[in-house]
Design a protein around this ligand. Structure first.
Ligand code: NAD
Length: 370
């Protein structure tokens, strides 16, 4: 640490399945990181990659730490040490980490550099979500947020509704939440509530997201944005709205608050924001839940594009990436929507059926060896 003290951190990297290809999944820095959660998230990545038709199995990593209290130098030390510890587990054709909660482009650059130094050459394909200058992809940072909005367009269309004019609440204003909020606001939705780790803000008539971005850049949080009322994170989830986008941490919608969620659509931007008990309550109440493995898959889709570009050393234009992302998200949504109708199940079950089936098919055709 900067103080000269040595601190021990606990970290994990879990590979869940290699049936469809090398593993892929984010790396999170968070105080709640534990082996059970990382393992569950790795499994979700397997179903997500399979559902999206990507040639990957699922993985996930995490280090239990409080990134917001650490200096850049401390985060760099932590990242390089973690990378060195898992170096035999990662590689462009083995396992490819990406950013997640509490990690960003800079963390990916440090990981890529640490790995490359041990190989004696630059290996851009070992991580995705890198800065552009070292082989990142145009549109990767915005990909997850964009994907959520594309899926919401499809959902509204399938429900015979218009997205424009809908009242939206977004929990989390990081990489994912801020991009989704900005796009929905730009496309004519009323973004009435936003929250981050310090708390939430609420204005039923809508929040100017461009000005909110300036406020966040200056103060580090959405809290205290002029013209809004302060609400807690718990209160924010229960505000009257059409669309709720939980884009922060897991298990925020649970059996104690699911009855009070007033949105008609819950777009799961975060991984696992709804507990199974809450999921059943929302389903019984007729709320359309767009499951995480579909809703937030835009990130891994553009990560896939980044990996392909890195392997070929040939980089695409942002417009090309965005239109391919839109096509893949729309196609996946339609597949899941149709499967749900056909089998008489909700969207989560349909998405899981599709993802699990593809992994199972790959296992069957490959056979069991040794
Ligand atoms: P981030 O670190 O950039 O942003 C997280 C946001 O959530 C911040 O605004 C933070 O203040 C807020 N937050 C953190 N803890 C909170 C808490 N306890 N209560 C309320 N707000 C809290 O992370 P991100 O990359 O935007 O990821 C957000 C979620 O989306 C995570 O669940 C992640 O697994 C999921 N996800 C991210 C990607 C991606 O491409 N980054 C892809 C798929 C899924």
């Amino acid at each position: 640490m900067d103080s000269g003290r040595t601190e021990v951190f606990i970290g994990y990297r879990v590979h869940h399945s290699t049936a469809l290809g090398p593993t892929k999944g984010g790396l999170r820095y968070d105080a709640e990181v534990n082996l059970g959660e990382v393992t569950a998230l790795a499994m979700l990545m397997s179903w997500k990659c399979a559902l999206m038709g990507l040639p990957y199995g699922g993985a996930k990593g995490g280090v239990r730490c409080a990134p917001r209290t650490m200096s850049a130098r401390e985060r760099e030390h932590l990242t390089r040490r973690y990378t060195a510890e898992i170096i035999l587990m990662i590689g462009p054709d083995l396992d490819i980490p990406a950013p997640d909660l509490g990690t960003d482009e800079q963390v990916m650059a440090w990981m890529m550099d640490t790995y490359s130094m041990t190989q004696g050459k630059s290996v851009p394909g070992v991580v995705t979500g890198k800065p552009l200058i070292v082989g990142g992809s145009a549109g990767r940072r915005e990909a997850t947020g964009r994907g959520i909005v594309y899926v919401l367009y499809q959902a509204a269309k399938s429900l015979g509704q218009e997205l424009r004019g809908k009242r939206v609440v977004v929990q989390g204003f990081g990489n994912v939440g801020s991009v989704a909020a900005r796009m929905l606001w730009r496309d004519g939705c009323i973004v009435a509530g936003v929250a981050d780790f310090r708390g939430g803000i609420w204005n039923p008539h809508g929040i100017d997201i461009r000005q909110l971005e300036v406020h966040v850049a200056e103060t580090g949080s959405v809290a205290g944005f002029p013209g809004t009322d302060a609400v807690t994170n718990a209160e924010l989830l229960e505000q009257p709205c059409d669309i709720l986008v939980p884009a922060a941490v897991g298990s925020v919608i649970h059996e104690r608050n699911a009855e009070r969620v007033r949105a008609q659509i819950v777009a799961e931007a975060a991984n696992g924001p709804t507990t199974p008990e809450a999921d059943a309550i929302l389903r019984d109440r007729g709320v359309t839940v767009i499951p995480d493995i579909l809703c937030n898959a835009g990130g891994v889709v553009v990560s896939y594009f980044e990996w392909v570009q890195g392997l070929q050393y040939y980089f695409w234009k942002e417009s090309e990436i965005t239109s391919r992302l839109q096509e893949l998200m729309a196609r996946a949504f339609t597949r899941v929507w149709n499967a749900a109708q056909k089998n008489g199940v909700d969207l989560r079950t349909a998405a899981l059926m599709e993802g699990v089936r593809r992994v199972a098919d790959a296992h069957v055709v490959r056979g069991l060896y040794p």
